[in-house]
Design a protein around this ligand. Structure first.
Ligand code: ATP
Length: 261
């Protein structure tokens, strides 16, 4: 579904490549986490999939197409097949929940009848049944992210990219969001989620692709992720150690839902 062949991305000749010789294949129906420290290249990876940027060397294939070869006028069609969710939700503040989701259908010319039928279905999928008339400002962060997910999947994309979707949410709310993403994946959508959240990754036990300084340093089928923090030793040397995790931050197992969906 997504294939990177020897992909290098250089923004600035004076700095190291943002991505450096990446070879990776994500199959249809996969659920994969893209992890790594800040600056390791996760957002760049997602931008190349969307063709918001082009690889300096190598090729990016999405659903079998080499994205560099897609003419500009066809890029919107590529993007229509890819739903995207961000950390900061990016909802239209003056439109209600229904309007935010409907908007994604209106811009591609769907009829009012189809919109009226589809939006409530998708709101049900993300656990927002009955909240269609609320404005984003009247929703919790977790609910706003559910609206953003509904908007991302309403046109039934084959791929869902999520860039730190739980970054602004507390652990319990994040579990609810992960349940929604998991369900979307079970319905056949390929999900690629960039995250720093080791609790989430370790609870899900899905594929983990770890980037470090633009290179893939790990690719495991049911992986874990341990974020490292710099520690200054008594002799002044600095080293990376796994972050200690206070018990209070542990999150509930995934079968306990934030609320009933
Ligand atoms: N538009 C740009 N111009 C120049 N350099 C950039 C640009 N975007 C990213 N970079 C550089 O590329 C490298 C990878 O950045 P990227 O944003 O992909 O990392 P990331 O893993 O998504 O980080 P974060 O977790 O902080 O979002 C970094 O060194 C960054 O400074």
């Amino acid at each position: 579904m997504i294939r990177f062949e020897h992909v290098t991305k250089i923004y600035d000749q004076k700095s190291r490549p943002a991505l450096d010789g990446i070879d990776i294949e994500i199959n249809r129906g996969d659920f994969a986490f893209l992890v790594g420290a800040s600056g390791s290249g996760k957002s760049t990876f997602l931008r190349l999939v969307l063709r918001e940027d082009r690889a300096t060397r190598g090729s990016v294939y999405v659903a079998g197409q080499n994205v560099a070869r897609i003419p500009s006028w066809r890029v919107p069609r590529l993007r229509r097949g890819i739903g995207v969710v961000f950390q900061d939700f990016r909802l239209l503040p003056n439109k209600d929940v229904f309007g935010n989701v409907a908007f994604a259908m209106q811009v591609i010319g769907k009829s009012r009848a189809v919109i009226r039928e589809t939006v409530p279905e998708v709101l049900r999928t993300v656990g927002l049944e009955g909240k269609g008339h609320r404005l984003p400002g009247e929703l919790s962060g977790g609910e706003q992210q559910r609206v953003a997910i509904a908007r991302a999947i309403v046109n039934r994309p084959g791929i869902l990219l999520a860039d730190e979707p739980t970054g602004n949410l507390d652990p319990a709310t994040s579990v609810g969001i992960m349940n929604v993403l998991d369900r979307i994946n079970q319905n056949g959508t390929t999900v690629l989620m960039a995250t720093h959240d080791d609790d989430i990754v370790n609870s899900m036990r899905r594929r983990v692709i770890e980037l470090s300084a633009g290179k893939v340093i790990r690719d495991e089928a049911a992986g874990e992720y341990t974020t490292m923090i710099p520690v200054i030793n008594a002799d002044g040397t600095r080293e990376l150690q796994p972050a200690a995790r206070p018990a209070a931050q542990a999150i509930a197992p995934f079968d306990t839902e934030e609320d009933d969906l």
